[in-house]
Structures are given as structure tokens and as C-alpha cells.
Design a protein around this ligand. Sequence first.
Ligand code: GAP
Length: 513
Amino acid sequence: MAQEDVFKKIVAHAKEYGFVFPSSEIYDGLSAVYDYGQNGVELKNNIKRYWWEAMTLLHENIVGIDSAIFMHPTIWKASGHVDAFNDPLIDNRDSKKRYRADVLIEEQIAKIDEKIEKEVAKAAKRFGEAFDREQFLSTNARVAELKAHRDALHERFSQAMNDNDLEGLRQIIIDEEIVDPISGTRNWTEVRQFNLMFRTEMGSTADGAMTVYLRPETAQGIFVNYLNVQKTGRMRIPFGIAQIGKAFRNEIVARQFIFRMREFEQMEMQFFVRPGEEMRWFAYWKEWRLRWHKALGLGDEKYRYHDHEKLAHYANAATDIEFQMPFGFKEVEGIHSRTDFDLSQHEKFSGKKIQYFDPELNSSYTPYVIETSIGVDRMFLSVLCSSYEEEQLENGETRTVLHLPAALAPVKCAVLPLVRKDGLPEKARAIVNDLKFDFATHYEEKDAIGKRYRRQDAIGTPYCITVDHQTLEDDTVTLRERDSMQQTRVPVADLHRLIHDRVSLNSLLRKLN
Ligand code: GAP
């Protein structure tokens, strides 16, 4: 099945099984805004808990905060977001549709890459086992032509983006003869900068309302609380502050389900270090964050780093952790060495001294910062996409199963009485009443047992416990494991231990130590 079709199925599955709904659906939805359903919210909370505990429990020197979404508007001036948090936009006069100029050009580059790959695939088929990809890429004339075009285009594009050259971007669109996918025409307007922050008013207009912004990142809430936390927590450098919270961006090109949203959630951690030691800590966090991802067991080959060649003016190193989504490798997390830019800017704009007195060095300085920043929703999407399987069974049937990491699964076990009589429901309820204090436990008695197993497979429940007539005689049940579908007869008294070993967050966190 084409990856595009797989992705459509995952989106449909997410809705059908209560993971993600389009926002305001009965009013025809609101573009790029989504709601999490009864299973989605549990999965999301488990992801957040995994991150939070990995940061704050496993690192003695990291503490958490929860800062407000509304902040003083000058913060966004100081951070550079008012002046520079922009996307270059272009309109097509015929379709009246608006596009990101940089995305149109990136898509054009991707098309050339696809053409190169097609040539490679054709040649591989022709030459069979004898095919040498590297040799073909360096010698084939058609590929050489495409590659020269691609590299020149990429160079021109990078230059225009770096120089903030809007006319240059437009000229690339014209020269490349890029057409609007809707109208099919090249009737483009000028390129304009569009700020991504949502604005609103605070206070009544009569009092002179103040324009405030919905925060586009949670990080600034950490920077402006640096002094509060350092002093009240008597923190000594190096130390970190972690935060999970909503962020808002007026994304123009919002696509691919929950990958790019207008309202989303971030998990960010700012790690404050001595100037000059930032590269060591950058390397530490780069490695540690990838380890956090891989511990979930979604497949090591699905991750890669993408080191930034072009850095923001305040950064001296940056890398993305990319995950293989059905629509290609995409950024899930960013790790940035942000120097002392943010704290220095807030010192300048607020007029307050933001420094650290280092008792070991007997001197004061503005700390440098390593940031780890991951989107909860993108993490959710990566877990969902890599867990989804339409499995062909030996009996010819297909079962749809979510192989979610057990610690993240919304429901850990379902207790199912084989029939709705003979005292089996009562026994099943007694088991639920015992397990529910430690695990998210479902009770289900409707429909045939096979159908109930399938429903639990579809939401990724690691264990089903079946209560039958034998249970009443010897206090044993059938424990069915989701991935292998293996059923084992176990004493009720062992259930807690058996389930706990596999589903607890604790075991996942231990892998990181
Ligand atoms: N404080 C740094 C910062 O915000 P970013 O690369 O703009 O950096 C960090 O965002 C992470 O937030 C991204 O790696 C991504 O996972 C998530 N993210 C950013 N924009 C998003 C959007 N529109 N929808 C969903 N997630 C988004």
C-alpha cells in the first residue's frame, strides 16, 4: 500500500477509536486545530509523563515550572519574535489562495530529488544485482543535469532566505515556472512577510487595552523565570528548567494532520551552563535525547539527526531529531545551543541584572543555554504511525493493531467475562476493582470474545484478561498478550506482577539510567 494511503488510514483510525478528532467538527471543523479524544488524551498524558519524569526525576539538577500563556508583550520584542518570527507569503491572483513562498520552492527542490530517485530506480531495475548506486549518480548525464539544477536552485534559495530577500524568492518562483496547484497559473503577487504570532487584547478598550500575544513557544516563560528559580531553588550551574505547555502559531501551510497545527503543545527544557562549556553539554543532550526516543522501541532505524548548517544568529550549534513518518523523515525535536542570547536580551529590555555568581570561579556571568524542544503532538504522531499495523493472520483475516509501547498505552488491561452470566461478570468486576488502583483498566462484557479482543487491539491495550468458568473453580484467568496474541493461564494473584513488569513507566525510565 502506498504510504499516502497508509497515512489516510491512520488518520481515520485515530478518529474512529477516540484518539484525535477534528476541532469543532459539527461546525465543519477549524483548520489545523484538533481535539484529543478519550484514548488520545491518555496516550498524550503518558507521553508527557515519560518526558517529565525522565527530565525531573532522572536529573537531580532539573526542576519544572508552569508559566502563564500570556506574558508581557515586551518579552516578544526582546526574544526577536515581534520582528523576525515571520513566514514569507505569496498569493495567487486567480485562485486567491495564499502559500508560503519558501515551501513552494522547497517542494520544487523535492520534485527534482524525486526525478533523480526515479532515474536511480529505473537503472537499478535495468542492471539488477550489478547496480552500483554511487557510480550511477556520479556518471549518468541526465542525473548530473538534474543535480546541477537542484544544487544551483538550493544555493539561490538559501541565499535569498538568509538575506531576507523577498523579491529574490519571488524571482525563483517565476524562473522555476512554479504554478499554483489549484488554478494552474503563474499569476503571483509580491512576497510579503507574515508574523506567525496570534495577537489579542488584554483589558477593556476604555482603559487603553494592551496588545498581548499567545506564546509561540514555551521557552520564553523559562527564560523570564530564570532568576526566580535559580534563587528560590538555590540552583547551581549547570542546571535545567523544564516546562510542558501550549504554544500557538498562525501557520499558513498547515498540513499533515497533527504534524503542523495552529495550537499545539511543547515540552521544552533550558539547561543553563558556564560559557565555554556549552559544546560539551550540547553533545550530552543530543545523545541523551535520542536515547530517550529509542528506549520506546519504535525502531532505531526510524531516527536520524539533521545538523543545521545555517544557524540562527544567536545559535552556535543546532540539530533536529527526525523521525520517519509515512510522509518522510520529519523534525520531531530540536536541540539548540542558544548562547547567552535570550538572557542577555531580557537583561537589556527589562533593565534587570540577570547573572549568575559562580562560587567556584568567584565571578559573575550570563549563563549559556542548551535547549531541548519537542512537540507533544509530533511525538504522538510518531508513536501512532509506527504502531499501526494491518496484520495478516494465518486464518486469512486481517487484524488492525496498535503496537503502542506498553507504558504509553491508554488502557493497560481489559477484563472480559467470557459470558454475561454464571457469576463471571461479578468475578471480572472484582479483578477490575483490584487492578484499577495501579493500571488503567477496562471492563467489557458486550459482544463475542474475539470481537472484544479486536477492539482492544485497535486501541493498543497490551493485555486482555478473560474470566471463564474455570476461574470460579481455581482462581486462574487467561492472560492474552496483544502483539503475539498468546494466551497463558495464570493465577489471579499473579496478575498484578505480570502486568506491572511490562507496562510500568518505571521500567522504561530504568532503560535511560
Ligand atoms: N523554543 C524553540 C522552538 O520553539 P521550534 O523548532 O520552532 O523551536 C520546537 O519548535 C518543536 O515544536 C518542533 O520540533 C516541533 O516538534 C514542535 N512544533 C513547532 N511548530 C509546530 C506546529 N505548528 N505544530 C506542531 N508542532 C510544532
